[in-house]
Design a protein around this ligand. Structure first.
Ligand SMILES: Nc1nc2c(ncn2[C@@H]2O[C@H](COP(=O)(O)OP(=O)(O)OP(=O)(O)O)[C@@H](O)[C@H]2O)c(=O)[nH]1
Ligand SMILES: [Mg+2]
Length: 420
């Protein structure tokens, strides 16, 4: 291959002007634009410049207002930009009007996030979920906006999961959404079966949740000696991964790593990922990872709390883990959590505190048993050993006299009682 051919193959990064409307708090708009720039970087694009327009509310027809749109159109050439990316989800008419006004590519935050999800999805379930979200977004925007879509060419915002090409015919889209949704239902059934198997073992489960890039996968790897992909990119993880960890006191716990949350996470995506996030819904404990070194950690925690509420993942004990404390040494507390610890998943600092907090919470969800188990039920003792904490066992005439802490679920399943 000649050098020219090689150069042709290396796609030039697409450059975009990032645009936000501030409706009062301008600082917040700039912060959000910085995050949009990170998203663009993750998608392989480049930020040309950032623009904030102060308005009482986003313009219904053009998002930033006609005048500003024309101003930006004139900036495109100087900035060598392929188009603009708006920091909010545009309505179909905003998308169409803006696209006509600036006569270049127009993307929004949702399209960008969907694009990243599409390229990061690896499992069949993940790919299907992303494609549904993309198709739903397209479906509501196709009518009368062939132009805006064709301007996008083949770049960011048009990429489907894997090899699939994104469909542009409304009728075909509707059919495809139906097929994919049925597929998801099947996968969900399989997932439920696996989970039931797991819960019938009565092993406590903990879901690791948090803002994207907080260090969830790094923590999972640290706790369970695995090597789930972790990188300094947004949304490195899309599919939930469950691994076993053995705590210092010998007790087994299952940890599930989940997809990260982000401010203004597209609704279609939340819906699409509902089934994988059910792993968190059925967990006994929520481990919330926060990047303590990020100046926006408060906002991130609020987003995580709100998203969990929306997914109806509530009423569970929460351990808030302030991560990346190798980079910062402030005082961190979360008064809404049941426990709050400072750690570094990277260096291992503070892990003992984490284990202590976890053990303490697990104890509360465990019961003390003091009972005689007939010799023919020896397998129950094996279960206690595996999932609980055996304090003493004495061999008596009609069976083994056992004192132990066991998960409540196991006690109930085996009819183990507190008094002999
Ligand atoms: N300095 C420092 N960096 C960390 C720590 N934990 C994670 N990181 C880094 O933070 C980045 C993100 O880590 P991940 O574990 O991929 O984060 P995540 O929450 O799984 O992110 P997504 O899956 O993308 O939502 C990586 O570059 C990690 O190496 C830590 O304790 N200290
Ligand atoms: Mg991850």
């Amino acid at each position: 291959m000649s050098m020219n051919e090689i150069n042709d193959r290396i796609e030039k990064a697409e450059r975009y002007i990032l645009v936000a409307v501030a409706t009062g708090d301008e600082e917040k708009a700039w912060t959000s634009l910085d995050e949009l720039a990170e998203l663009l970087d993750t998608a392989g694009g480049e930020t040309a410049c950032q623009v904030v327009q102060n308005l009482q509310h986003p313009d219904r027809g053009t998002y930033i207002g006609r005048g500003k749109a024309l101003e930006i159109r004139d900036m495109l050439e100087v900035q060598e930009a392929a188009g603009i990316i708006c920091d909010d989800e545009l309505s179909p008419s905003q998308l169409r009007n803006l696209s006509d006004l600036i006569d270049a590519k127009v993307l929004d935050r949702t399209m960008l996030i969907l694009d990243i999800f599409a390229s990061h999805a690896t499992t069949r379930e993940g790919k299907t979920q992303v494609e549904i979200a993309q198709l739903k977004y397209r479906y509501s925007r196709l009518r009368g906006m062939g132009d805006a879509l064709s301007r996008l060419g083949a770049g960011i915002g048009t990429r489907g999961p894997g090899e699939t090409k994104l469909e542009t015919d409304r009728r075909v889209i509707q059919k495809r959404i139906k097929i994919l949704s049925d597929d998801i239902e099947d996968m969900k059934r399989a997932r439920n079966t696996t989970r039931r198997k797991r819960t019938s073992n009565a092993v406590p489960t903990a879901a690791i949740v948090g803002y994207t890039n907080a260090g969830k996968s790094t923590l999972l790897n640290r706790l369970t000696a695995s090597d789930v992909l972790s990188e300094d990119k947004l949304f490195a993880t899309l599919d939930p991964t469950t691994r076993t960890a053995v705590l210092p006191d010998g007790q087994t716990v299952l940890f599930t790593d989940t997809v990260g949350f982000i401010n203004k996470l597209p609704h279609n995506l939340i819906d699409a990922f509902r089934s994988t996030l059910e792993e968190a819904k059925y967990a006994d404990i929520i481990v919330q990872v926060v990047d303590a070194s990020d100046e926006n950690s408060e906002l991130h925690m609020k987003v995580v709390r709100d998203t969990l509420k929306e997914l109806e993942i509530t009423g569970k004990p929460v351990i808030t883990v302030w991560n990346k404390c190798d980079l910062t040494d402030g005082t961190y507390r979360d008064f809404e959590a049941d426990a709050s610890v400072k750690i570094s998943a990277r260096t291992g600092m503070g892990l003992d505190d984490f284990y202590d907090a976890l053990t303490e919470i697990l104890k509360k969800s465990r019961v003390m048993i003091d009972t005689v188990i007939p010799y023919k039920d020896a397998s129950v003792i094996a279960e206690i050993r595996k999932y609980g904490q055996l304090l003493s066992e004495e061999f008596e005439e009609d069976g083994t006299h056992v004192k132990a802490y066991v998960p409540r679920a196991l006690a109930e399943k085996r009819g183990l009682t507190g008094k002999r």
